[in-house]
Design a protein around this ligand. Structure first.
Ligand SMILES: [Zn+2]
Length: 384
């Protein structure tokens, strides 16, 4: 059973990030793990994070959605968690997958404000409505995870709806995210060396994160600050440009990934390249036979997405997402093309990649649960 739990926690690990391009909602981990009424289990359980992520996935009708978790440092030694759970959270902290803070304060709302993300929380933020007007002006920006049939459901604090609403990055957020930042603290997991080189390139420890994936700095009296260390951040120059692409298989968005100017990304059945996007797990036998291990390569150059077929069998482009066979443009092996705003590259019928914003799910949605491996003993969900 311990082994099974570890597998679930590993699966959940893939769903926490501090990447501004991939996070879809912000939450406070210390709060979520104590939603005891959701399953009637232990006072604190990390599995509840998985349940809330599943609920978000259902609402967004998309697989592999990721959340931005703010974590009170006390959680790393919280006796209500198992030693295994504490170890896992520490690992997430060390890898910069979550943001660990001595005093989270209103950081959760600050992140939501800078990134335009919805907040998953039962807390009423009455005193902060002046500073963050969207708390009232945009129903669906704050949703309370509550017990529901077969897992948590959401209720908006304002208006009572259940669909998460994503806003826009605030002007300050857009400004902060146009630069890359350096924390003077050695081995900072959030604003450490990354691949950017320069004075901090040799810092020991910390995650080897791309500057394009850095979280939004905290603002203290208008000064960009490391939320973890409270230190003033140095400006490391312009942040590499990025584009968020999404993989759609059988009409369902299965995952998103970030393409940055720093390096190309190869997608295919099982790419060998670093950072490759593996599609094999979503493919049927025919698609698996057709699609090469590395099938298409994406590059971001001067704001344009260039797609190159690197496969044996070739691909196609669906201009403006058109599903008409007559409009499909063949992309022969080794051929390149600029991916238009609404274009999708089709590796095989029904297996498409395009800009995330332009690629809505087109089929009735049954998300894959991050909890799929969870043993029933640990999950006493209310009966539907
Ligand atoms: Zn730091």
């Amino acid at each position: 059973m311990r082994f099974e739990i570890s597998k679930v926690l590993d699966a959940i690990e893939g769903r926490v990030c501090t990447d501004p391009s991939l996070a879809r909602a912000v939450l406070d981990l210390a709060e979520v793990i104590r939603y005891q009424d959701i399953d009637g289990g232990r006072p604190a359980s990390l599995l509840r994070l998985g349940m809330v992520i599943d609920a978000l996935s259902r609402e967004l009708e998309e697989d592999s959605v990721q959340v931005y978790a703010v974590v009170h440092r006390a959680l790393l030694s919280d006796a209500d968690l198992t030693s295994n759970e504490r170890m896992v959270v520490r690992r997430w902290a060390d890898d910069g997958l979550v943001e660990v803070l001595d005093n989270p304060g209103d950081r959760m709302l600050e992140v939501a404000d800078l990134l335009g993300l919805p907040v998953l929380s039962r807390v009423r933020f009455d005193g902060l409505r002046g500073r963050f007007p969207w708390l009232v002006e945009q129903p669906g920006r704050v949703l309370a995870p509550v017990p529901g049939a077969g897992g948590p459901a959401f209720i908006a604090h304002v208006g009572g709806g259940h669909a998460p609403v994503t806003g826009k990055r605030s002007p300050t957020g857009a400004k902060l995210l146009a630069r890359q930042w350096r924390c003077p603290e050695s081995g900072c997991a959030l604003f450490g060396s990354g691949g950017g080189g320069g004075a901090f390139a040799d810092l020991a420890g910390g995650a080897d994160r791309s500057p394009a994936a850095q979280p939004p700095p905290a603002l203290r009296n208008g000064v960009p600050t490391c939320p973890r260390h409270g230190a003033r951040l140095g400006d490391g120059g312009p942040r590499p440009r990025t584009e968020v692409l999404a993989v759609r298989v059988g009409g369902l968005v299965r995952r998103r990934f970030v393409l940055s100017e720093e390096q190309p990304v190869v997608a295919g059945r099982a790419p060998e390249q670093d950072g490759g996007i593996m599609l094999g797990q979503w493919l049927n036998d025919e698609a698996r036979r057709w699609i090469s291990r590395g099938h298409v390569r994406f590059e971001l150059r001067v704001g344009e997405v260039i797609v190159t077929d690197v496969s044996t069998n070739g691909s196609g482009i669906r201009p403006a997402g058109s599903m008409a066979e007559s409009e499909r443009i063949p992309l022969a092996p080794q051929q390149s093309r600029v991916l238009g705003e609404n274009d999708m590259v089709e590796l095989y019928p029904g297996v498409q990649i395009g800009r995330a914003e332009e690629l809505p799910a087109g089929a009735p949605f049954t998300p894959t649960s991050v909890m799929a491996e969870a043993p029933t003993m640990a999950m006493r969900l209310p009966r539907p």
